[in-house]
Design a protein around this ligand. Structure first.
Ligand code: FUB
Length: 363
């Protein structure tokens, strides 16, 4: 177990400047800020939580009064970069924890490794965690031996693990980026899915078609998925269904509306009794959100939470701790490379109407 402190901004800035950026999209802060945005006059909103390993896709939770972050563990394996994300070739998970935002961050070491997952093939992508009746559950996407993404579950009696994986993936699960939300009535729901390398475009009516194509611009965008979890937390209690994500007129987004449509990285939180479904728009690099009246939606698009940061991917989680709300996210400040990311956290604020105030890093 290693105790780590946040490293000085000046050191990180120097590191970032010395490295090349292969993110292939507009640098953060180039677009004009809109009225009402929360603008941070720095290329970086905040500093990496840890710098001894690369971490991404932070799913944060408060367990026993402490913040636990369940990230991907990015590794340089030399796998060439492509649109399927083969370069995100992760082998294990490390859980991070801290008493409070800004406090000392602990890396609890390897919590689960791909070699210990009996059904596993390759690529341990963005995980999430949940707690029920004394057991912690780690949910993770991984390609099976046929190279099809499935969602697995592993258990532990400690939030930081180590976790023991079930022998098979969750029956009926597919694609990636699972997140598990506990509603106030004690029901747990899994939201999941992601297009491109996440393979969601290959799934229609819960059936796999290896030739499934990405949608064309005028076609309706692929929708994220939901299923309520069974009491055992290791299976779906119902068939997987699509979640309707709609614009202010109630229309589903088309694929060409790629600055708003769902791509990956689902997260659910509740604020003032409303359900906030947030996600990444992927190839347009926004974190966006939509609001609904129940866990299944429909969810009406509201706007952007976080404008593009340095790097191709954008993936987040939202938690409340000690009366403040926080956005955990990642960028590539430490490496300048798409697949070697670092997790961060910044405060999240709402306006009086419950709208999230968009955050924009601006040089
Ligand atoms: O970390 C691998 C993939 O990149 C995640 O599953 C996506 O959300 C994106 O962040």
């Amino acid at each position: 177990m290693k105790k780590l402190t946040i490293i000085p901004a000046a050191v990180l800035a120097a590191l970032a400047m010395a490295s090349c950026n292969d993110s292939g999209h507009e640098e953060p802060g180039k677009a004009e800020a809109a009225k009402g945005d929360s603008v941070v006059n720095d290329k970086y909103l905040s500093q990496p939580l840890v710098s001894h390993i690369y971490t991404a896709d932070p799913s944060a939770h408060v367990f026993n009064g402490r913040i636990y972050v369940y990230p991907s563990h990015d590794t340089a394996t030399g796998t060439p970069e492509n649109d399927n994300g083969d370069h995100f070739n992760m082998m294990d998970y490390h859980i991070l924890s801290m008493d409070s935002v800004g406090g000392t961050v602990t890396d609890h070491g390897v919590a689960l490794s791909v070699k210990d997952i009996p059904w596993g093939g390759r690529q341990l992508w963005a995980p999430d965690a949940a707690f029920k009746d004394g057991t912690y559950y780690l949910y993770f996407p991984l390609k099976d031996k046929q190279d099809v993404f499935r969602i697995g579950v592993a258990t532990s009696n400690k939030p930081e693990g180590p976790f023991t994986a079930e022998k098979e993936p969750i029956k009926g699960s597919y694609s990636m980026d699972p997140t598990v939300f506990k509603d106030d009535d004690g029901s747990y729901y899994m939201y999941f899915g992601g297009i491109w390398g996440g393979q969601l475009q290959r799934w229609n009516n819960n059936k796999y078609d290896s030739a499934g194509k990405l949608r064309q611009g005028d076609e309706l965008a692929v929708l994220p998925r939901i299923a309520r979890l069974s009491a055992d937390m290791k299976s779906f209690a119902e068939p997987v269904r699509e979640i309707k994500l709609v614009d202010s007129a109630g229309n589903l987004f088309k694929e060409k509306e790629n600055d708003k449509r769902f791509f990956e990285a689902a997260w659910m939180h509740k604020y003032n009794g409303k359900y906030y479904f947030s996600y990444s728009t992927g190839d347009s690099h926004n974190l966006a959100y939509a609001i609904g009246d129940n866990p299944y939606g429909p969810f009406k698009y509201q706007g952007i939470i976080l404008y593009p940061v340095e790097g191709w991917t954008n993936h987040h989680s939202i938690i409340e701790k000690d009366g403040k709300w926080y956005l955990f996210y990642h960028d590539v400040q430490l490496s300048g490379k798409t697949h070697l990311r670092n997790v961060k956290v910044t405060e999240l604020k709402y306006d009086a109407d419950g709208k999230i105030i968009p955050i924009r890093a601006q040089k």
